[in-house]
Write a protein that binds this ligand. Structure first.
Ligand code: SF4
Ligand code: SF4
Length: 174
């Protein structure tokens, strides 16, 4: 080591200079919840189970989202649609129970990608905090969108996806 290296002074002063420089820089953190960041249109937050244009639930309880989920956060119980329920459920089979464990979910979006019925989407809504673990099991009461308060997910779909959806020859789009 040279003389200056052996007394460590230049290194210490260099470190202090870096610290002082950062004191006057704008912080990267925000004071949540008073300050809120603008979220991206494709932010992956709380899920929604969508209804079709007539208000019927789109989910057909096929289970593909649960299979795709790496966190094993999704469970459901399928049921058969009864006579007169076609306004409630789009397909002959529907999810009588559909639950997502928000404590397990890692918001990867794979359930959304796996769904052939465009029934499940992640949204820009933040999952609210709570005190009890059981309250993080979100059932249909929290997941299915209200008939009179639809959740717009159009921004999550790129122009290429919207173009693909117009092509009715693909079973995915029927
Ligand atoms: S976002 Fe990912 S982890 Fe969460 S439920 Fe969907 S597939 Fe599972
Ligand atoms: S949300 Fe989609 S993938 Fe999941 S069970 Fe319903 S239809 Fe199937």
């Amino acid at each position: 080591m040279s003389f200056w290296e052996s007394i460590y002074l230049p290194a210490i002063l260099g470190g202090i200079a870096i610290t002082i420089k950062h004191l006057f820089r704008k912080g990267a953190t925000v004071k949540y919840p008073e300050q809120k960041r603008e979220l991206s249109a494709v932010w992956r937050g709380q899920h929604v189970l969508k209804r079709d244009e007539n208000g019927a639930e789109r989910c057909t309880a096929c289970g593909l989202c649960a299979v795709a989920c790496p966190a094993e956060a999704i469970t459901m119980v399928a049921a058969e649609r009864k006579k007169g329920e076609d306004k409630l459920y789009r397909e002959e089979k529907y999810a009588a129970t559909y639950e997502i464990n928000m404590l397990r979910c890692i918001f990867c979006g794979l359930c959304e990608e796996a769904c052939p019925k465009e029934a499940i989407f992640l949204t820009d809504r933040i999952v609210s905090t709570d005190y009890h673990r059981g309250d993080f099991i979100f059932g249909k009461d929290k997941l299915v969108e209200a008939v009179d308060n639809r959740i717009d997910v159009s921004k999550r779909q790129t122009p290429a996806v919207l173009e693909f959806k117009k092509q009715k020859q693909y079973s995915h789009n029927k």
